[in-house]
Design a protein around this ligand. Structure first.
Ligand SMILES: NC(=O)c1ccc[n+]([C@@H]2O[C@H](COP(=O)([O-])OP(=O)(O)OC[C@H]3O[C@@H](n4cnc5c(N)ncnc54)[C@H](OP(=O)(O)O)[C@@H]3O)[C@@H](O)[C@H]2O)c1
Length: 270
């Protein structure tokens, strides 16, 4: 009979602990089963999270097909029940529907709520403009004061969630929240998705993020024959060029970037 050394036994215990950690991963509720919702669902389920979709029509054939495609034990229920079950709640819902949806999910106290939405409308001149004076994320926070709202994952298309490696190198995802721990948790999730999270500061910075998102709407509204993929990306060349000599005049506000960088160190300067 094979005898196991203490080292192998230890490795087995560590493996079991890791397997348990995966088994105990949070439940992610995805409210809305559209283009973004089903991309998030499939990605998180494949990463080992328990996915529960929240839909207005959980019994419809379309939604059942989304759940079947997601696999990995994903389920669907009503939006409110999914929010109750979720530890992390994603809101891939358009505006103005978000207004009612985000106020109808029950008690979200202590839960991380991720807002990837873009509250845009078409202005009189045909170009996109924000529907809000502040931001979608701040509105959601105002309606759910006990929740930990995070703005993230709306600055790229659903195609990049499905296939993060279709562009040449990791795409940076800006994150804003007033809750540091929630921001760090979502940064970890984004890292697991093969994307590159970056701390964009407090929740009010969602206003800037939501404007960034509108860039790729413009060719769409111009009815161009092709579409553009907008990607925000690190560039190590700036550090090579500037070294420690930051020529941009900014006052030192101390510890503005709360999260450590998750990406590997930049390639050495040429
Ligand atoms: N698609 C992208 O590539 C992309 C990229 C960046 C940001 N975004 C933003 O992400 C959000 C979702 O986009 P999407 O493309 O996934 O939209 P979508 O395909 O239209 O899906 C939105 C989903 O929201 C739910 N919904 C619709 N009306 C609702 C209402 N009145 N009350 C409650 N739920 C409602 C529906 O789910 P049920 O039918 O299951 O209820 C619907 O499938 C938008 O704010 C969009 O601007 C999208």
């Amino acid at each position: 009979m094979k005898r196991f050394s203490a080292k192998v036994l230890c490795a087995t215990i560590i493996f079991c602990a890791a397997a348990n950690a995966v088994a105990e991963r949070e439940t992610i509720a995805i409210i809305g089963t559209g283009d973004m919702g089903d991309s998030f669902g499939q990605r998180f389920a494949a990463l080992g999270y328990t996915v529960v979709y929240g839909s207005r029509t959980p019994d419809s054939d379309r939604v059942k097909a989304v759940v079947a495609l997601t696999g990995h034990g994903a389920t669907v229920t009503t939006q409110k029940e999914a929010a109750r079950r979720g530890d992390i709640i994603f809101l891939p819902i358009g505006w103005p529907a978000m207004e009612t949806a985000a106020q109808s999910l029950g008690n979200l106290d202590g839960k991380i709520v991720v807002d990837p939405s873009m509250p845009w409308t078409q202005g009189d001149d045909g170009y996109p403009e924000s529907m809000l004076e502040t931001s979608s994320a701040e509105m959601i926070q105002q309606w759910n004061p006990g929740a930990k709202v995070v703005k993230a994952l709306g600055t790229m298309s659903s195609l990049l969630i499905d296939h993060p490696d279709t562009v040449d190198g990791p795409v940076t995802i800006p994150i804003a929240s007033d809750d540091r721990a929630a921001k760090e948790r979502i940064a970890q999730l984004i890292d697991e998705m093969g994307l590159d999270p970056v701390d964009f500061g407090p929740l009010r910075m969602a206003r800037t993020i939501e404007v960034l998102q509108m860039i790729y709407l413009i060719p769409l509204m111009q009815r161009r024959s092709t579409e553009w993929e907008f990607v925000f990306r690190r560039n190590a060349d700036w550090a090579c060029k500037w070294g420690d000599d930051w020529s941009v005049d900014v006052f030192d506000a101390d510890d503005l970037a709360q999260m450590p960088d998750k990406q590997k160190p930049p390639i050495p300067c040429q």
